[in-house]
Write a protein that binds this ligand. Structure first.
Ligand code: DX5
Ligand code: ZN
Length: 227
């Protein structure tokens, strides 16, 4: 996987049909998704529960692009090997998930995955400054993690700008997660983001039997950014 800062749309399967992940992933990739974003929640770090490594392993064969696993769990370290074995390309852990994020990121790379670090809306960009030489991606949460379909928090856009300048020439993706749609996508792209996660804004209006709205929704986000 070579590095570039071109725009990548990463639909979150949190907004897909949970009884039909394989077909949903195939449909959204056929409709133009660049990556597949996989939200893992534990009911402890965040107030919602989704699924774990067994589900990730089951959906892996259906993903032809990039499997981007976002861990909203604490603790993280005991589960890294299981998510790596499930076939994750990227594993992202939250800087707020525990006192030893440095060790966690070492373990993610040690397990053979690309390492991401995520920041909640209440955390400063500077929190990841000491970690920038050991990550492949920084994920800026633009909602409080736990649920899809929430309102984009505009105060987070300046954080993206700060992060972009902290990153400098390093080959680190900036991912935006939460409330991304054609209205908010240009704001974060201008601020320096390259990976845009979108759940409800991609999956709304479509289904496995009628997937063309997925494509129209993805194109609408791309068009808004390039306009
Ligand atoms: C929120 C998740 C997001 C979420 C985004 O905790 O990490 O990935 O699915 O959903 P939308 O795009 O609907 O805000
Ligand atoms: Zn996410």
């Amino acid at each position: 996987m070579s590095f570039d800062r071109s725009l990548k749309i990463a639909p979150s399967i949190l907004a897909a049909d949970f009884a039909n992940f394989g077909a949903e992933i195939q449909a959204v990739e056929a409709q133009g998704a660049d990556w597949i974003h996989v939200d893992v929640m534990d009911g402890h770090f965040v107030p919602n529960i989704t699924f774990g490594p067994a589900t990730c392993a089951a959906i892996r064969p259906h993903i032809r692009t990039v499997m981007d696993v976002h861990l909203m769990i604490a603790p993280v370290d005991p589960y890294i090997d299981a998510f790596a074995a499930a076939g994750a390309d990227f594993i992202t852990a939250h800087v707020e998930a525990g006192p030893h994020i440095h060790r966690t990121l070492q373990a993610i790379r040690g397990a053979g995955c690309k390492a991401g670090v995520a920041l909640n809306p209440g955390t400063l960009a500077e929190a990841v400054a000491p970690l920038l030489d050991m990550v492949d991606m920084v994920c800026v949460m633009t909602v409080n993690p736990g649920f899809g379909g929430q309102k984009f928090i505009h105060a987070c856009v300046d954080k993206v700008r700060t992060l972009r300048s902290l990153i400098g020439d390093r080959e680190i993706h900036i991912e935006i997660d939460g409330g991304v749609d054609p209205a908010t996508a240009p704001l974060v792209r201008d601020a320096g983001a390259d990976v845009l996660v979108a759940g409800s804004a991609v999956f709304r209006g479509g289904s496995v039997s009628d997937p063309s709205p997925y494509g129209a929704n993805i194109r609408a986000i791309r068009a808004a950014v390039t306009a």
